[in-house]
Design a protein around this ligand. Structure first.
Ligand code: AMP
Length: 406
């Protein structure tokens, strides 16, 4: 079947298509299976830290994009994206991945890791169209975001991809998978569903990417990942990315990526360029007033507010709207299409306040968030680091405020 045209045959199947909207799916938080029972007690002192001088962190890449052995088309598309120099993870991982090595990238979110795997895999497929890549990500939003970036890098190549995530129509995904996309991007649960019903044959795939492995493990996807990796061709290239190396992550890597090369660009346990502080409140009733005070401060231009539960997030978003703050919410109680719309409105600055649960917000890339507000304390310090990593992306200074009861 000829798929190599770039015409809108099936728009969402192409790296030129539109994101599939939801069709009233159950809309959980990207298949979240995390147990919230065991909350860590975090010393509030850890929520206070001044941002480091960003200039001290300037990185001098050893390559320019022009130096990489990638096709001219990819180089042109990178230039169109406006990238001038590779980020550290790109600088170090891309040459190894282009040599066909298995690479483990230890990198925080916002470090440019998507391009670090996307460019080598697209280049490999452009050189050998029989190659196929599978990309797994923890949440629907992150998978959709990866698809969007791949589309930009692959523009004009004739390659196409399928986005296989929960909360959207199975039928449409089945049609897309039937036309043998070059790249399949998805969340583990839905990918497994397709393999079980025979609509996805992973033995055809010879490049596999796991993005945010630690998050996927945290969310209870480890068994699904093991099953899926077990189905992929033995003769394959693996590119795994994780912000941390907890034991379960290490065991996955040991089993599925022996002989890999590790590239680590982690700078510290927390985002160095985020100014972190606490907001004290007394009674529960005071909390919303304090948040109101924070939000009316003119320095708070665009804020991402974390709240614990989907009910809490929804209630808070309504309360803020009632107070005149243009607010949207993303959480597991909303359908995929509603979540995507809320995220798009936030990205386009139609709303400047977004209330989110941890799982719904994981991995989302909104580059101009000035403030992350922890309206509820995260379950673990690791979650805290992930939350505040949403502010101060792409080298900008960001702010994190955590609400702590007096
Ligand atoms: P990621 O960590 O892949 O989510 O990327 C974080 C943000 O950095 C995204 O908005 C990317 O478009 C952007 N980005 C990635 N690579 C570069 C680069 N080399 N130069 C400038 N921006 C980049």
């Amino acid at each position: 079947m000829p798929q190599n045209n770039y015409a809108p045959r099936s728009r969402s199947a192409h790296f030129g298509g539109r994101r599939p909207g939801g069709f009233g799916g159950r809309g959980n938080s990207g298949g979240a299976r995390r147990k919230n029972g065991n909350k860590q007690l975090i010393d509030p002192a850890r929520f206070v830290q001044a941002a480091k001088i960003v200039e001290a962190e300037v990185y001098t890449p050893t390559h320019m994009f022009a130096d990489f052995a990638i096709s001219d088309l990819l180089k042109r598309n990178i230039a169109t994206k406006g990238y001038t120099a590779p980020s550290p993870i790109q600088d170090q991982a891309i040459p190894l991945a282009l040599e066909g090595k298995d690479v483990l990238g230890i990198a925080n979110t916002g470090t440019g890791k998507t391009a670090a795997f996307a460019l080598p895999l697209l280049n490999a497929i452009l050189e050998d169209k029989s190659k196929r890549a599978l990309i797994m990500a923890p949440t629907r939003e992150l998978a959709a975001q990866i698809e969007e970036e791949l589309r930009a890098y692959a523009r004009g190549s004739g390659l196409f991809g399928a986005l296989v995530i929960g909360g959207t129509s199975m039928g449409k995904q089945i049609r897309e998978l039937r036309s043998n996309p070059n790249v399949v991007i998805g969340t583990p649960g839905r990918l497994k569903d397709h393999t079980q019903q025979g609509t996805l044959d992973l033995s055809q795939f010879n490049i596999v990417v796991l993005d945010e492995v630690d998050r996927m493990v945290d969310m209870g996807f480890i068994n699904d990942i093991r099953i899926l990796l077990g189905m992929i061709a033995d003769d394959r290239q693996s590119l795994f990315f994780s912000a941390t190396m907890e034991p379960k992550v290490a065991s996955l890597i040991e089993t599925f990526m022996p002989g890999h090369i590790t590239v680590s660009v982690k700078t510290g346990t927390t985002s160095a360029n985020v100014d972190q502080n606490v907001v004290h409140y007394g009674l529960e009733e005071e909390k919303l007033e304090k948040l109101h005070d924070v939000l009316i401060d003119p320095v708070v231009v665009k804020s991402l507010i974390f709240h614990e539960t989907k009910y809490g997030a929804e209630r808070l978003s309504k309360a803020l709207n009632d107070r005149g703050f243009k607010t949207e919410a993303i959480h597991g109680g909303k359908s995929q299409s509603h979540r995507q719309r809320a995220l798009d409105a936030f990205k386009a600055n139609k709303v400047t306040t977004l209330v989110a649960t941890d799982v719904a917000a994981r991995g989302i890339d909104v580059s101009d968030v000035t403030h992350v507000i922890n309206y509820s304390i995260p379950n673990t310090y690791d979650d805290y680091v992930h939350r505040i990593g949403r502010a101060g992306r792409a080298g900008r200074k960001g702010f994190a405020l955590t609400f702590v009861r007096k």
